[in-house]
Design a protein around this ligand. Structure first.
Ligand code: FPP
Length: 237
C-alpha cells in the first residue's frame, strides 16, 4: 500500500478575507452583516489554524484603501473591533495564543486604538499561536515608512536590517497567502514579505470559508514544491 506523506503545515499563513459585502448582498442584508459573518468565520479559522500547528495567521482586516468606505460601514467594522477586543480575544489568550496588530492605528477612533494596544499587551508570553490583524495596513506605505526610518536613523538597508523596520518585524515571511472571494490579486497585502509565498485563490466568499475550505488550501500548499528561485530537483541531469 502506498504510504501517505504527512501534510506540510505552513508556519505563517496570510488571509485576504474578501467577499463579505457580496455574501450579504446575496441575502438582501446590509454589508455590515456580511462583516459580522466574516468575523465569525475568522474566529473559527483562527482556532482551526492554531490546532493545525500554524504559528501565525495574518488577517487583512482593513486596508488603507478601505478607510475611504462609507462612514456607516466603517463604524460597523469599528463596532466589531470593539466587540472582538473586549470579549472574544480572551478565549484566544486561554488557549495560549497572542494577538499582534500591524498597520497605522493613529487614524482610528481613540477607544479602538486603546483596545487594540491592550489586546497586544495583554497577550500571553511565549504563545504557541499568534493572530496578526492587519488594520489600516498597506504594503506600499509600510515599505515607504521602513525606508524613511532607515534614512533617518542611518541604518544600512541590508535584508536583515530592513525586515526589522517593517511592521512584521520578528515574524517569519508568510509561506502561504489565501484570498477568498474570487479576485486574483494581492491588493497591497504583505508585498515585501510575500516574495516567495505560495498563493491560493478561491471563489468562496469569506463568510463561507470554513475550516474545511481552509484545509483544501493547506492540502494544495502541502503538495507544492517550493524552490525559492532554484531549479527543480533532479532537473540537472
Ligand atoms: C473585504 O470584503 C473585507 C473587509 C474590508 C473587512 C474584513 C473584516 C472582517 C472579516 C471582520 C473582522 C473583524 C474583526 C473584529 C477582526 P468586502 O466587504 O470588500 O467584500 P465584497 O468584495 O464582496 O464587497
Amino acid at each position: 500500500m502506498e504510504k501517505k506523506e504527512p501534510l506540510k503545515i505552513p508556519a505563517h499563513v496570510g488571509l485576504i478575507m474578501d467577499g463579505n459585502g457580496r455574501w450579504a448582498k446575496k441575502r438582501h442584508m446590509p454589508r455590515s452583516l456580511g462583516h459580522n459573518a466574516g468575523m465569525n468565520a475568522m474566529i473559527k479559522l483562527a482556532e482551526h489554524a492554531s490546532e493545525l500547528g500554524i504559528k501565525y495567521l495574518t488577517v487583512y482586516t482593513l486596508s488603507t484603501e478601505n478607510l475611504s468606505r462609507p462612514q456607516d460601514e466603517l463604524d460597523g467594522l469599528f463596532g466589531l473591533f470593539r466587540s472582538y477586543f473586549t470579549s472574544n480575544v480572551k478565549k484566544l489568550y486561554k488557549k495560549n495564543a497572542a494577538v499582534k496588530i500591524i498597520g497605522d492605528l493613529t487614524v482610528l477612533p481613540e477607544d479602538v486604538q486603546s483596545l487594540l494596544k491592550d489586546g497586544e499587551s495583554n497577550s500571553p508570553d511565549g504563545a504557541q499561536f499568534t493572530l496578526v490583524f492587519a488594520i489600516n495596513y498597506g504594503a506600499r506605505s509600510e515599505i515607504r515608512r521602513a525606508v524613511k526610518l532607515a534614512a533617518e536613523n542611518g541604518i544600512e538597508p541590508t535584508e536583515e536590517n530592513f525586515e526589522k523596520l517593517l511592521y512584521t518585524a520578528g515574524l517569519p515571511a508568510p509561506d502561504l497567502i489565501i484570498r477568498t472571494g474570487g479576485e486574483v490579486r494581492l491588493s497591497n497585502f504583505l508585498l515585501y514579505q510575500a516574495a516567495y509565498a505560495e498563493l491560493y485563490f478561491t471563489e468562496v466568499l469569506f463568510p463561507d470559508f470554513t475550516p474545511k475550505e481552509f484545509d483544501k488550501a493547506i492540502k494544495e500548499y502541502s503538495g507544492r514544491e517550493r524552490r525559492y528561485g532554484k531549479i527543480q530537483e533532479g532537473a540537472n541531469g
